[in-house]
Write a protein that binds this ligand. Sequence first.
Ligand code: C5P
Length: 231
Amino acid sequence: NKLWWLVPAAGVGSRMQADRPKQYLPLMGKTILEQTLQRLSQACPEAGRVICLNPDDPYWPEVEHYGFQPVVGGQERCDSVLNGLKAIADQAQPDDWILVHDVARPCVRSSDIHNLIQQLKSDAVGGILALPVADTMKRATPIKNGLAEIDHTVDRQQLWHALTPQMFRYHKLRDSLERALAAQATITDEASALEWAGFTPKLVAGQRDNIKVTQPDDLYFAALFLSHQHS
Ligand code: C5P
């Protein structure tokens, strides 16, 4: 089955407190967006490519240089992903693999991408890169800003951070997203739409350097990780 990259990049990234959406901030001589697209293109040169952009961005980049077809994004991340899926409806087969990857994760390793594909390529549904939780985790009741009361300790053996890429069959992803959105379910990643629809997505362990650039400090970590990676 054919692979497709689908990159949601239509967010405004307000938590970065920058003068432009975070994907257009500089990172090691390129924009974050260019670092990410270059990585994805090199990891899977044969994959189809679509990217969701914000129509208001004054920085519409040269995404076609990396072979990406630009599509207008939506209100929320899941709306953007759905727009991307609709844009390739004529070209994609129902069982093709869609790999959704945040534009804000420029440090994903090609070895992680290849491992994800290898682990899931015979699966009927798909799954996501994820990271086992390292810290002890507490469930707590908020008291006020920055202060809370512990209810209990959660078993961290069962907890994972959800990363991207998130890899699903075209028709299952599209159908799940459309139905979950119509039902106004809370959908924060693709896997949550599949879970809502009754599927059981898999987790594939990834590396901790696959961070999502969210806060200003994250740019330092991303630069450090990129300069130390060899895969
Ligand atoms: O805001 P956050 O970093 O969680 O966004 C995750 C990803 O979803 C980013 O790559 C962002 O550009 C994208 N996004 C989008 N359309 C939206 C909101 C976010 O493509 N409406």
